[in-house]
Design a binder for this molecule. Structure first.
Ligand code: AMP
Length: 552
């Protein structure tokens, strides 16, 4: 397959905003891609050269690429930078430079995708002294054969800035369409393998092959996530057999041991093995099975006490002089789950079974520990456990369904978190909408406002759920006398009533004047004890936003 065919697809994808059209373009294209290059091409379509979890990377930044282009076009690096600035896009700037050159020379070599794959493999293999020159030499060969539009897409690929809008979801839809395999099965295979290329290949071979894909040591799977719990009592009623664990405030780590090799992956599935040498060395003697995948939270200590998670992040970001920092910031790893042992996937077992296997697979050490837990349905016992966790400096507790399976990538109701700082905001109701049907008599959808520095209330979100019938009635009674203006069903209110709002996440959003929006807001209660000027401010929203920027 020629690279120009791929470029044609990139152009088609860029030419439409419709997700359905993008899916159809990709699905038709998938049918034509030969199996031997299918995984590679799938990666290129999704905007990466090597899957993130592999250690391979091209290691080519914009500067090096400009050098290559300058070498083959004889246009100065400064001029190329000018092209990039004037077009406002790296790929288009490179395209312009190659185009200038193309007017003077004649090339008839065409880039084959298999050749491209080979070059990328070679380039990723060059490391250390002299590697830069070798990379330049291979890339020069590649770009000399490229047409200007190919140069645009090659440079975007190399810098992983594709901008064709072929997001993961669309690629999954396209794989499902061309193979006729139900979307949820394609999705599941992706969650297990984290490799769209592999999923595309096995889908092409047939559904029986796809179903064989499973968890493999060395290839991280998307971590299971937790939702915020309303209250301990509610959760204990809902879950048949609740298991409580300390919620450690650090960074999530997935450990993969295969014989003598141990790799550590972050929550975002990046390989962070190098950053944690002392943890690695303890794991070597702590993990008993030959092959194992387990998960835990790595926590930092400072002066014998638990340190805020930022300390762990410092450790994870540090590439050099790690040992110096590891003395200043010692770490512990608290393991809480086990996903594979001796090549047998455990994700369909219950948490209770997985925990038992974890306990018998780990010999605790100075650094490697098993997360503290209890199994109980007694609210007093659970509250004690929570209070102790918080007193010990932890973030709170997790309440997990002991009979649930491991669901990679899912943020469901099987794992719930109760944090000491509950993510609630006290917001002012500044508008509302009369309901429909059964809710006709109620002001059912509430527009929430947050205070700015000048004391104005700016919209931050709408909430229609989380209210019981009683709460709706109560709020309607309180809000009705405050109506300033009514347009159809929509009312504007005097900002007076404060409600406590729980949410899953706070996001930047241009949609509301405050600049923030809340994900899944729910009203917990009316804060009769507060008036509008005691409500939370934009700076608090900003603080909360910052504190949730835990990227690992
Ligand atoms: P959050 O980041 O608030 O969504 O909470 C989920 C995160 O808590 C997980 O991704 C882990 O990094 C962390 N965590 C700490 N302790 C535990 C635990 N015992 N079980 C699961 N996750 C935990």
């Amino acid at each position: 397959m020629l690279y120009t065919e791929l470029v044609e697809i990139y152009e088609k994808l860029s030419g439409t905003n419709s997700k359905l059209e993008k899916r159809d373009i990709l699905s038709d294209f998938f049918i034509t891609i030969p199996e031997d290059i299918l995984p590679f091409v799938t990666g290129l379509l999704s905007g990466y050269v090597f899957p993130k979890w592999t250690e391979k990377e091209l290691g080519i930044g914009p500067k090096l690429l400009i050098k290559v282009i300058s070498k083959i076009t004889a246009i100065s690096e400064a001029k190329i930078e000018e092209y990039i600035l004037s077009t406002g896009d790296f790929g288009e700037g490179i395209e312009k430079a190659v185009d200038q050159k193309r007017q003077q020379t004649f090339f008839n070599i065409q880039i084959d995708v298999a050749y491209l794959k080979d070059i990328f493999e070679k380039v990723s293999g060059f490391q250390g002294k002299g590697s830069q020159d070798k990379k330049i030499s291979y890339l020069s060969e590649l770009f000399s054969a490229a047409t200007s539009i190919e140069a645009r897409y090659l440079s975007r690929t190399i810098l992983e800035q594709m901008r064709t809008g072929a997001a993961e979801g669309i690629i999954i839809d396209a794989i499902s369409k061309f193979s006729g395999i139900p979307k949820q099965d394609v999705e599941k295979a992706y969650l297990l393998t984290n490799d769209l290329g592999l999923v595309a290949l096995y889908s092409k071979k047939g559904d029986q092959d796809l179903y064989k894909l499973d968890v493999i040591v060395g290839r991280p799977l998307k971590p299971m996530l937790a939702q915020i719990a309303g209250s301990i009592e509610l959760v204990l009623n809902d879950i048949e057999e609740p298991e409580m664990e300390v919620k450690y405030d650090g960074a999530r780590i997935q450990v993969h041991k295969n014989g003598n090799t141990i790799k550590l992956f972050s929550r975002r599935l990046e390989n962070i093995t190098q950053a944690l040498p002392e943890v690695l060395s303890d794991l070597k003697s702590s993990l008993i099975p030959n092959n194992i995948i387990c998960e835990g939270e790595v926590v930092a200590y400072k002066d014998g006490k638990i340190a805020p998670f930022q300390y762990v992040l410092r450790r994870l970001r540090r590439k050099y002089q790690i040992s110096e920092l590891s003395e200043k910031i010692p770490l512990r790893l608290f393991l809480f789950d086990c996903l594979l042992v001796d090549d047998r996937s455990l994700i369909d077992l219950t948490l209770k079974e997985r925990r038992n296997i974890l306990t018998s697979s780990v010999k605790e050490s100075e650094i490697v520990k098993i997360a503290e837990n209890i199994v109980s349905k007694d609210p007093l016992v659970v509250k004690d456990f929570y209070n102790k966790a918080v007193k010990d400096g932890h973030e709170g507790i997790m309440i997990k369904d002991n009979l649930s399976q491991y669901q990679p990538g899912a943020r469901g109701k099987k794992w719930l978190k109760i944090k000491k700082t509950m993510e609630t905001l006290d917001l002012v109701v500044i508008g509302a909408e009369w309901g429909e049907g059964r809710r006709k008599e109620w002001l059912s959808s509430l527009l929430l406002g947050i205070r700015d520095d000048e004391g104005k209330f700016l919209p931050i979100g709408k909430v229609a759920t989380g209210l019981s019938d009683d709460l709706f009635t109560e709020i309607t009674e309180q809000l009705t006398p405050l109506i300033m203006e009514e347009k159809g069903k929509i009312v504007t209110l005097v900002p007076k009533i404060v409600v406590e709002v729980l949410y899953d996440e706070i996001q930047y959003s241009p949609k509301y004047e405050s600049g923030f929006a809340l994900r899944f807001p729910r009203v917990l209660r009316v804060r009769d004890d507060k008036d509008a000027y005691d409500a939370d401010t934009i700076s608090r929203a900003y603080e909360l936003y910052e504190s949730q920027q835990k990227t690992f």
